[in-house]
Design a protein around this ligand. Structure first.
Ligand code: C2E
Ligand code: MG
Ligand code: MG
Ligand code: MG
Length: 291
């Protein structure tokens, strides 16, 4: 009887293993074909002003719906794109989709900012800032509507090299966000010299910050550091209202996470946005919880 009851779970586990082993067989050539077929696209996850509940913008997250392998996560295909020399093509496509999306949103939300992730490889591409500027001009979007996210590890691996590209982007008016803050080892003096306009606290610290005192200390110190350096601070991975309200009370500016929405395709995002804005402000705006 027990064996019978367990069978469906064992099958599910076996099929998961099957999918996992297929994922490890995916090559850069598969990704190249996927890119050619238009299987890779940008999904957008909203960023929320924690005190007003308003939408400040979104983060573009790459998605690959492969005809052969099914949905493949960015943790799998971004490294492939980097190894296979496809990362620039992919990133320029993400930038184009993101800025086209921003252009459509700006009439309703003039301060809307779309964030695009930039991988390490592209931080040494000195032609990138001019290419991005040309793209913005072509689509007709102001530089302030674009934010570039670089992970702490990426930006700090070679500060001098990263500085050149990041500073040139920043001088054009593009925002620079330090992503996954706290997971790498950055020196605070380097952080002070880099042209960051925003700091994103990694999900691993936000996740349990209400139940784990050490996590709460990391989150609250990060908020203080960001504000000392005049950066906006974003908490990623907010999954419940209690965390939202506590972070708002702490002074964290912006939040992102499943409490608000997952990353959505363009049309679904617009639909989510209208539904979100139609909610009574009291259920959108965070309220400091009574102690
Ligand atoms: P990231 O930039 O830190 O993006 C946040 C990740 O956390 C996303 O995973 C997002 O779906 C997930 N997330 C957001 N809120 C929640 C939440 O409340 N709970 C949980 N459990 N997860 C949440 P995703 O889309 O799988 O992306 C993973 C990483 O892949 C990203 O981390 C980013 O570093 C990289 N990535 C994604 N798109 C691109 C891209 O176009 N270019 C580059 N270079 N990297 C990308
Ligand atoms: Mg990011
Ligand atoms: Mg992040
Ligand atoms: Mg992260």
């Amino acid at each position: 009887l027990l064996r019978g009851a367990l069978a469906p779970f064992q099958e599910a586990a076996a099929s998961r293993r099957g999918v996992d082993s297929r994922l490890s067989e995916i090559t850069a050539d598969d990704l190249r074909r996927g890119l050619d077929r238009g299987e890779v696209y940008a999904a957008f996850q909203p960023k929320i002003d924690l005190s007003t509940g308003k939408v400040t913008g979104c983060e573009a997250l790459a998605r690959w719906d492969s005809a052969t392998f099914g949905p493949v996560g960015p943790d799998v295909f971004i490294p492939l794109a980097e190894q296979g020399g496809l990362i620039k093509t992919m990133t320029l496509r993400m930038l184009r989709d993101s800025m086209t999306f921003a252009a459509a949103f700006l009439p309703t939300e003039p301060k809307f900012v779309v964030a695009v992730n930039l991988s390490a490889t592209l931080l040494s591409d000195t032609s990138l800032p001019e290419e991005v500027e040309r793209l913005l001009a072509e689509i007709g979007v102001p530089a302030r509507s674009l934010m570039i996210e670089v992970t702490e590890t990426t930006a700090m691996a070679d500060v001098g090299r990263a500085m050149d590209v990041l500073l040139r982007l920043r001088l054009k008016g593009i925002g620079i966000s330090m992503d996954d803050f706290g997971t790498g080892y950055s020196s605070l003096s380097a952080l002070a010299r880099m042209p960051f306009s925003e700091l994103k606290i990694d999900r691993s610290f936000v996740k349990d910050c209400l139940t784990d005192a050490d996590m709460w200390k990391i989150v609250s110190s990060s908020v203080a550091i960001a504000h000392q350096y005049n950066m906006k601070v974003v908490a990623e991975g907010i999954e419940d209202a209690a965390t939202w309200h506590a972070l708002d009370a702490l002074g964290c500016d912006i939040g992102q996470g499943f409490e608000f929405s997952r990353a959505l395709r363009q049309d679904a995002f617009v639909e989510w946005y209208h539904g979100w804005m139609a909610r009574p402000p009291a259920t959108r705006a965070a309220v400091v919880p009574l102690q």
